[in-house]
Design a binder for this molecule. Structure first.
Ligand SMILES: Cc1cc2nc3c(=O)[nH]c(=O)nc-3n(C[C@H](O)[C@H](O)[C@H](O)COP(=O)(O)OP(=O)(O)OC[C@H]3O[C@@H](n4cnc5c(N)ncnc54)[C@H](O)[C@@H]3O)c2cc1C
Length: 292
């Protein structure tokens, strides 16, 4: 299986990648399988699977990642967090990924089970941040490691320079690329890239995209993005008369954002699919993304 770093280095143009979450039950399995199958038509460079806070969710992540690695032609990335786990727990999970042929890990710290607002507390035998996780993974095996980056400042520090320094720390620890949290203004991405580059770090930074299709996602996405959505966007969404119009406004924004990011030279687009395929497909079709 290829390393994401190699794919990025060899790519003739921007890469496409999709994030899924592991099915939480047998009932959710068809939605996961269906999204993977539909989006496979775009020949993504890599697929990734998120890692949950509880033990059972973690097992499902490893299982779903292993299934994708065994069945999909794309490179597969397993996410790994260090929240509520000892170093030995993390090493055991890495061994399970390795046994499944997974050589790409997205190393993120994770949030406490109570959510992002809860102050982070390291496991007594564990790690305090993603930089330490990158170091642990690189020391343990031949993994290609990606990390998170934040176009909107990451809370609670609210310090864009610290966010950039942390990306550079993670690159110096051995990370080969970063994927951003979702955001809705391309200048935020350009500013993050500039802050990282001004520190002498040329790590590829792939923007993370989540098309907003229902009105309740305004608050949910704001919590994920670490800041309120842009005022003009929220005003357009609230002014939309019905769910179909909300979806149209959200899709138009996602398509515009992707175009601007590609114009800025983004090395790829990573879609947070939420195990759905329609919105991502429509954005890619609007971008005339090749679908062999
Ligand atoms: C693409 C992407 C995928 C994700 N996938 C998952 C997933 O699968 N599962 C999941 O649970 N979560 C996931 N997350 C969410 C992520 O776990 C949270 O956003 C978390 O709050 C931060 O993770 P991080 O890796 O950026 O942490 P870190 O890089 O460790 O940073 C977290 C905080 O620690 C502090 N810190 C870290 N390093 C330093 C330093 N050198 N100096 C001072 N302070 C420091 C800062 O306060 C910083 O904001 C993902 C996020 C993204 C963007």
């Amino acid at each position: 299986m290829s390393r994401v770093a190699e794919l990025l280095a060899q790519a003739a143009g921007p890469l496409l990648s999709f994030e899924f979450f592991p099915p939480r039950s047998d009932e959710e399995r068809p939605r996961f399988d269906g999204a993977v199958a539909k989006l496979a038509a775009f020949r993504p460079a890599f697929l990734s699977v998120t890692y949950g806070a509880s033990g059972s969710t973690r097992d499902r992540t490893v299982a779903a990642t292993a299934t994708l690695a065994a069945t999909q032609p794309a490179t597969v990335v397993g996410h790994l967090t260090c929240v509520s786990q000892s170093r030995d727990d993390l090493l055991r999970t890495l061994d399970r990924f390795q046994a499944a042929g997974v050589r790409n890990i997205l190393a993120v710290r994770g949030d406490m089970p109570g959510g992002p607002q809860q102050p982070f507390e390291a496991h007594p035998d564990g790690l305090t941040n993603a930089t330490e996780l990158v170091q642990l993974i690189k020391a343990h095996g031949d993994f290609c490691v990606g990390v998170a980056a934040f176009p909107n400042v990451h809370q609670p520090d609210n310090d864009p320079e610290l966010d950039a320094r942390i990306v550079v720390d993670k690159a110096e620890a051995g990370a080969s690329y970063a994927i951003t949290q979702l955001f809705f203004e391309s200048h935020r991405y350009a500013e993050l890239v500039e802050r990282v580059r001004s520190r002498g770090c040329d790590i590829p930074i792939i923007p993370g995209i989540a098309p907003l299709t229902v009105i309740t996602q305004i608050e949910r996405f704001a919590a994920l993005a670490d800041c309120p959505l842009p005022e003009d966007f929220v005003a357009d969404l609230r002014a939309a008369g019905d769910p179909a119009e909300v979806r149209r406004v959200g899709m138009a924004r996602a398509i515009r954002l992707c175009r601007e990011l590609l114009d800025l030279g983004a090395p790829g687009l990573q879609f947070f699919t939420q195990n759905r395929w329609r919105a991502t497909t429509e954005v890619l079709q609007a971008l005339d993304w090749p679908c062999p």
